[in-house]
Design a protein around this ligand. Structure first.
Ligand code: GCO
Ligand code: MG
Length: 409
């Protein structure tokens, strides 16, 4: 079955998304997510200028061969733009293959290994009171695990903390990228954060008890020794994981953190190939793999990373913020359901406009996600609705210290 068309659709319902739609000679379509937050148009160009022309007349069934062709023939390997583009092609081809087989995609991976996929939500607050309200609101929505982020005394705004409860007064979600022409500037002070955070976890445990799985994202801001200190300080509060405690490109840094703390570690949302995990997995320096299907070369590559991790008792924690489109989320859910070494799935729900553009069969009930039983990945794109939301420039923020130095964030 030959590929006849490869269309790149950029749309901005609530936020920007880049989607690849492949159509075969028989009219079967497949979707892939190529959204790279704040750099969306670079992947759209990579796909439409350099990849789409190479796909026409290729056999849609040759997924592994197409992956290897795109990865190796480009000569310039790895990198977020390349790997997001390859991911979109890969997921679209898996979608087509599963539709042709008449099965939901997870069946092609060996079928379900569990009944549902435990998800964690993003509880946050500027104050303890707001944080507690957010935890309660997430519980009402069914979440059984939560990431905890708060403001830090003395800092104006902290990434990952909702700036205010949204209109229904119940959701405390934040949007990673702001629709503005320049990245928003935030301030940062690691010592103030290290002093404050353990007190937040202490009050959450006192209020909500020992059972609720709690996660935290350090967002690459600490040095190895600071991360080690935080991991140790948080041990009494029994975290499910501490995420991105140091800038992730230095894998060896995690050795030092690991020597000092038993707090489980998760890393990898900015990684894009298995090579970024080589030391971390082989030396068992982490507990959870955080890559997104969308940013890591798709399902073909993600399955290999997770199988590698499984040999070392390392589990999945697939990235699922709002900048992963419903197409990228659905792809993750089919993997989550099928693999043995599933850990947890991040799930920040999308807004109404996004759900109108991307119609989904996946469900979220009693804290568990399920990809649904429709053949393929279970997402359709309403192209007329997509056209009503043109691209709008949006940027992630960045950090400066009190003296003006740019810091990791
Ligand atoms: C997370 C993240 C996100 C990312 C965002 C970048 O753990 O969900 O850290 O908030 O920063 O997805 O685009
Ligand atoms: Mg993160």
């Amino acid at each position: 079955m030959r590929i006849r068309a490869a269309d790149v659709i950029v749309t901005s319902p609530d936020r920007n998304f880049v989607t690849l739609k492949l159509t075969t000679e028989d009219g079967v379509t497949g979707l892939g997510d190529a959204t790279l937050n704040g750099r969306e148009l670079s992947v759209a160009s990579y796909l439409s200028d350099h990849v789409a022309p190479l796909l026409i007349d290729r056999d849609a069934g040759r997924i592994e061969d197409t992956w290897q062709f795109l990865y190796r023939s480009a000569y310039w390997r790895r990198g977020p733009v390349t790997m997001a583009a390859i991911a979109a092609v890969d997921v679209a081809l898996w979608d087509i293959k599963a539709k042709m087989a008449g099965m939901p995609l997870y069946q092609l991976f060996g079928g379900a290994s569990r009944n549902g996929i435990q998800a964690y939500g993003h509880a946050s607050g500027r104050t303890t009171e707001e944080l507690f309200d957010s935890i309660r609101a997430h519980r009402e929505q069914g979440y059984t695990a939560m990431r905890i982020q708060t403001a830090v005394p003395g800092l104006k705004a902290v990434y990952g903390v909702a700036s205010q409860p949204s209109v229904d007064g119940k959701r405390y979600d934040y949007e990673p990228a702001q629709r503005q022409a320049f990245p928003p500037e935030e301030d940062w002070d690691t010592r103030a954060y290290l002093r404050h955070l353990p007190t937040v976890f202490e009050s959450v445990r006192n209020e909500f008890g020992p059972e609720l799985p709690l996660l935290h994202d350090g967002h690459h801001r600490m040095t190895p020794i600071q991360a080690a200190k935080l991991g140790k300080a948080l041990e009494p509060y029994d975290l499910f994981w501490l995420e991105d405690c140091t800038p992730a490109e230095n894998q060896a840094a995690l050795r030092l953190v690991r020597q000092h703390t038993t707090t489980p570690l998760a890393i990898g949302e900015i990684f894009n190939t298995v090579w970024d995990y080589q030391t971390l997995i082989q030396e068992q320096l982490i507990d959870y793999v955080r890559s997104a299907v969308t940013h890591t070369g798709g399902i073909t590559a993600m399955r290999k990373i997770l199988d590698f991790a499984a040999q070392y008792q390392i589990k999945s924690g697939i990235h699922g913020p709002t900048d992963i489109s419903p197409v990228g989320m659905a792809a993750a859910l089919h993997l989550d359901l099928a693999i043995h070494n599933f850990g947890i799935q991040e799930y920040m729900r999308h807004g109404t406009a996004t759900n109108e553009v991307f119609q989904q069969t996946f469900t979220f009930q009693n804290g568990y996600l399920h990809p649904g039983e429709q053949p393929g990945i279970g997402v359709t794109l309403d192209e007329e609705a997509a056209a009503r939301h043109p691209y709008a420039p949006a940027y992630l923020p960045f950090n400066r210290l009190a003296d003006g130095t740019i810091h990791d964030w």
